[in-house]
Design a protein around this ligand. Structure first.
Ligand code: PEP
Ligand code: MN
Length: 406
């Protein structure tokens, strides 16, 4: 992985004690994988169906999981919400829905600023430092990577048990339909590199896979074409995602696709558009056109959250449900016009009744925001807003499919 090490890596913590980082990495290099290679392959095969237009990808969960907040109850809430949304989206089973949680490892956060409003070093996710507003808590601590590993492993076990018992609204043990894969942003390279494993099931064709989660994505702030994150993602055989913000050019998009899907394998790459409701139509259409012309078959996924974040008058980071719907509609419009498959939805959500995003049927207003604003980072859709969005997307999806020739 030396070529990846040589590239500049954005958004990495400055660990104060390099020896402690080496020790933590050495431990992680020897632990059991959080997820197995055969499960990763299964997801990849399911995403190939999404890329080809015969399935839909639903991905959701916290912006930032926390060590103390990720309980069995919160996992059950997220999984149950994903299952409810999936059954709405599948249109009574006509379209299989692949379910991926932002769970069991979503612990590292990229930040726009190095210091927060108090002048303290910013919180970079529980895998790096603590959210408490003290200078001590904000010192990056590599031992947190070990806790992130243990918590991820425990979360995978908990999710599996919830699904097997039907406790989280899943169909129950024998139904493969209940499966929820895990995902997170592959941001913290000390952790992600240490979790790479060799899959030697085919002895003369060993492959590398990221064992920290089934699906790993590269964020908007770390997608530099000459950067370490792209170089890292190239090495993996996992299905990978790439967030694309409104500054992405069609030419860049084609470079990304050639780098991350060199063999032209549907299911390998998911392009996650997060353009903002005002820009999605103008910016996304030429990107989709050019990538399609390149001959690569990718999963096109809409993240209608991250381009629509605003500061409320009372100072809370929030998003308006109408804008989230508007970006989703724009995304579908672009794909309908080009005849491509609007393959997926990527949202920040929780099963809890939080007041973090404005609007929707609960009609959350600015004065409501402080009532139950519990996110560790970005504002999430609550359970009812999530289900409402699923209804909107189901209508867009099935209206389009009715119009399709068989
Ligand atoms: C996120 O998904 O939480 C995130 C930081 O997104 P983006 O990289 O698109 O800004
Ligand atoms: Mn976020």
């Amino acid at each position: 992985m030396d070529h990846a090490l040589a590239r500049p890596a954005a958004q990495q913590p400055r660990w104060p004690d390099p020896g402690a980082v080496r020790r933590a990495r050495a431990v992680l290099e020897g632990v059991a994988p959080v997820v197995g290679a055969e499960e990763v392959d299964r997801l990849r095969a399911q995403l190939a169906a999404v890329a080809r237009g015969s399935a839909f990808l639903l991905q959701g969960g916290d912006c930032a999981e926390t060590f103390s907040g990720t309980t069995e109850r919160s996992l059950a809430g997220t999984v149950a919400t994903l299952h409810r949304m999936a059954s709405t989206l599948s249109g009574a089973g006509r379209l299989p829905v692949v379910k991926v949680g932002r769970i069991a490892g979503q612990y590292a956060k990229p930040r726009s600023a190095a210091v927060d409003a108090r002048g303290l070093p910013t919180y970079r996710g529980d895998i790096v430092n603590g959210a408490e507003p003290t200078a001590e808590a904000r010192v990056p601590d590599p031992a947190r990577m070990l806790r992130a590993y243990v918590n991820s492993k425990a979360a995978v076990t908990a999710v599996r048990a919830l699904i097997a018992t039907g406790a989280a609204g899943a169909p129950g043990a024998p139904a493969p339909d209940g499966e929820v894969f895990t995902s997170h942003e592959a941001l913290l390279l000390d952790y992600e590199r240490a979790m790479v494993r060799v899959d030697a099931r085919v002895p003369d064709r060993p492959k590398l896979y990221g064992s920290s989660g089934h699906f790993l994505w590269i964020g908007e702030r770390t997608r530099q074409l000459d950067g370490a994150h792209l170089a890292f993602a190239e090495l993996l055989s996992n299905p990978v995602g790439l967030k694309l913000g409104p500054s992405t050019t069609p030419e860049q998009a084609v470079e990304y696709v050639e780098r991350l899907d060199p063999y032209g394998e549907p299911g390998r790459l998911t392009l996650i558009a997060r353009m903002g409701s005002a820009q999605v139509r103008d910016v996304l259409a030429p990107i989709v056109e050019k990538v399609t012309a390149s001959g690569h078959t990718v999963v096109w996924q809409c993240d209608p959250m991250h381009g629509n974040t605003v500061q409320s008058t009372s100072g809370f980071k929030t998003r308006h449900f109408d804008r989230i719907v508007a970006e989703t509609e724009g995304f579908f419009e672009v794909h309908r016009a080009l005849g491509t498959h609007p393959g997926g939805l990527h949202v920040e959500l929780t099963g809890d009744d939080v007041t973090e995003c404005l609007g929707g049927t609960p009609r959350i207003t600015v004065p409501d925001l402080p009532h139950r604003y519990t996110t560790a980072c970005d504002p999430r859709l609550n359970r009812s807003q999530s289900l409402e969005l699923a209804v909107v997307v189901a209508e867009l999806l099935h209206a389009g499919r009715r119009g399709r020739r068989p």
